[in-house]
Design a protein around this ligand. Structure first.
Ligand code: FES
Length: 441
C-alpha cells in the first residue's frame, strides 16, 4: 500500500523519496530547490537533449538557439558544413551573444562590450584589445564553450555535455526507434519545421509534463473527456491498445494493434476528401517499402517522451510531429517550447488542417493544452504544502502485472493502454542518474 507517513525531508535520501518499484514518489521531488539543482547537474548534463531539426540548419551560417536545462545554447552550421552547439553566453561577463530564435550569420557580436565570435565559437574580435588589455588577452582561451557531443538521428539533432556519453542511437535505443522510425520514414518529402516555435510558461514542475506524455493514457479519459463527449475526437478507447517503455526512461502511449492506426487515418481522411485519402495511402505504401511489414502495418503512433524532457505527439492522418520541450525554470516553472514538423510534400489541404488541429488541441490555448497545464500547475501548487508532502504520489496502476501483455513482434516493455508502468520506468532512470551506487542522498 502507498505510505502515508511523515517524511523528514531534510534527512531523507532520494531512495526514501522515490520508490518506483512500490509505485510511490514523494511530492518533495517536484518542489525542492536542492533536488532541482541536482537534477540540472545530474540529469540535464548527462543525457542527450534535443536541439533542433536539420531542416532548420540547412545552409552554412544558419543558426538557432535553444536551452539545455537552464543553459542557453546556439547551434550553428559552419562554413565546413559541421553542426556545432555552444553555450550562448559571452566568455567576458556572460551576456547572451545571440538573442534571436534563428537566422544566418558568420559571427555573433555580444551586445554588452562587443566581443565577437565566429559561428564556430572562436573569439575573433575584442574592441580596443591592444590598449585596454595591453595586447595580453589570450583570445584562443576565450571562445564560446562548446558542447562536446553533437549527434543526429535522421535529421533530429541532439547534444550532450557528457563527453563519455553513449552514442545517441544507443541512448534512444533500437526498441524505441523501431516505433519512432515510423514517424521518421513516413513523410513523403521528409520532415520540415513549420513556423516559429511557440513558447509559453506554466507554473509546474517539468517532470509532471514529461511523465504525462511518457504514457499517461489514463488521464485522457477524464481530463480530456469533454473533447470526446462533444465529438471533437472519436471514442478514445479506439485510438490505442498499448503503452511501452524502454531503457533510459523513455516511454510512449497510444500504440495500436496492427492496422488500427491505418484504419483511423483512412477514416479521418474521408472527411477531407480524395486528396487526403490518396495521401494516406501513399504514406502507407512508402512505409511498406522502407520499414518491416509489421511496422508498416502499425502505420502510426500516438505520443511519447524521450527522456528527460522532449515529448512528441502525432496528429492522426497528418503525419506531423508536434514536439514539446519542457525547459525547466526552477522546480515550479516550465518554459514550454512547442515546434511543429510536417511532411514537406503533404498536400496543402492536409497541412492546413494539421496546423489548425495542432492549434486547437495542444497549443497554449488548445483544448488539450489548457486542460493539461491546469493539472500540472495545481499538482505543483499542492505539492508545496507540508501536510501534502506526507502523502506520496501514487503510481501503482499495474504494479505486479507488468510483462503480462504480449503482441507478437512489438519491441520494448509493452503494457496495457492504462497503466503507470511507464511512469515507474521514468522515475527508475531518474533515480539512477540522480544517485550513484550506494549513495543515499
Ligand atoms: Fe560580452 Fe562583455 S559581456 S563583451
Amino acid at each position: 500500500s502507498i505510505s502515508e507517513r511523515p517524511v523528514d525531508v531534510a534527512s531523507a535520501g532520494l531512495h526514501d523519496l522515490v520508490k518506483p518499484d512500490e509505485g510511490a514518489v514523494s511530492r518533495t521531488v517536484f518542489v525542492d530547490e536542492a533536488i532541482y539543482r541536482k537534477e540540472l547537474d545530474r540529469v540535464f548534463t548527462k543525457t542527450w537533449l534535443f536541439i533542433g531539426h536539420e531542416s532548420q540548419l540547412s545552409e552554412p551560417g544558419d543558426y538557432l538557439t535553444n536551452f539545455m536545462g537552464e543553459d542557453p545554447v546556439i547551434a550553428t552550421r559552419g562554413a565546413d558544413g559541421v553542426i556545432r552547439v555552444m553555450l550562448n553566453s559571452c566568455a567576458h561577463r556572460g551576456m547572451a551573444v545571440c538573442s534571436t530564435d534563428a537566422g544566418s550569420s558568420k559571427f555573433f557580436r555580444c551586445p554588452y562590450h562587443g566581443w565577437t565570435y565566429s559561428n564556430n565559437g572562436d573569439l575573433i574580435g575584442v574592441p580596443r584589445a591592444d590598449t585596454v588589455y595591453h595586447g595580453e588577452l589570450d583570445k584562443s582561451r576565450l571562445g564560446l564553450k562548446a558542447v562536446p557531443r553533437v549527434e543526429n538521428y535522421k535529421g533530429f539533432i541532439f547534444a550532450n555535455w557528457d563527453e563519455d556519453a553513449i552514442p545517441l542511437v544507443d541512448y534512444l535505443g533500437a526498441d524505441q526507434l523501431w516505433y519512432l522510425d515510423l514517424a521518421f520514414e513516413a513523410p513523403l518529402g521528409g520532415l520540415e519545421v513549420i513556423g516559429p516555435t511557440m513558447k509559453f510558461r506554466i507554473k509546474a514542475n517539468w517532470k509532471l509534463a514529461a511523465e504525462n506524455f511518457a504514457g499517461d493514457d489514463y488521464h485522457v479519459l477524464y481530463t480530456h473527456g469533454s473533447a470526446f463527449q462533444i465529438g471533437f475526437l472519436p471514442d478514445y478507447d479506439t485510438l490505442g491498445d498499448y503503452i511501452a517503455h524502454f531503457d533510459h526512461g523513455h516511454g510512449m502511449g497510444d500504440i495500436g494493434k496492427p492496422g488500427r492506426a491505418y484504419q483511423n487515418d483512412v477514416g479521418m481522411a474521408q472527411f477531407l476528401g480524395p486528396e487526403a485519402i490518396e495521401y494516406v495511402n501513399a504514406v502507407h505504401e512508402r512505409l511498406k517499402a522502407r520499414v518491416s511489414p509489421l511496422q508498416a502495418e502499425m502505420h502510426g503512433l500516438g505520443q511519447g517522451n524521450i527522456f528527460p524532457n522532449l515529448s512528441w505527439i502525432k496528429f492522426g492522418v497528418f503525419h506531423v510531429f508536434g514536439l514539446f520541450q519542457w525547459h525547466p525554470r526552477g522546480p515550479g516553472e516550465i518554459e514550454v517550447w512547442q515546434t511543429a514538423l510536417f511532411d514537406r510534400d503533404a498536400p496543402q489541404s492536409v497541412k492546413d488542417v494539421a496546423r489548425t488541429q495542432m492549434s486547437q488541441e495542444n497549443a497554449a490555448a488548445g483544448i488539450f493544452g489548457q486542460d493539461d497545464g491546469e493539472n500540472f500547475e495545481q499538482i505543483t501548487e499542492s505539492a508545496r504544502g507540508v501536510v501534502s508532502q506526507t502523502r506520496d504520489f501514487n503510481y501503482a496502476m499495474g504494479l505486479g502485472h507488468e510483462g503480462e501483455i504480449h503482441e507478437e513482434g512489438y519491441p520494448g516493455h509493452l503494457g496495457p493502454h492504462y497503466s503507470e508502468q511507464n511512469h515507474r520506468n521514468f522515475y527508475r532512470y531518474w533515480l539512477e542518474l540522480m544517485t550513484t551506487p550506494g549513495e543515499q542522498k
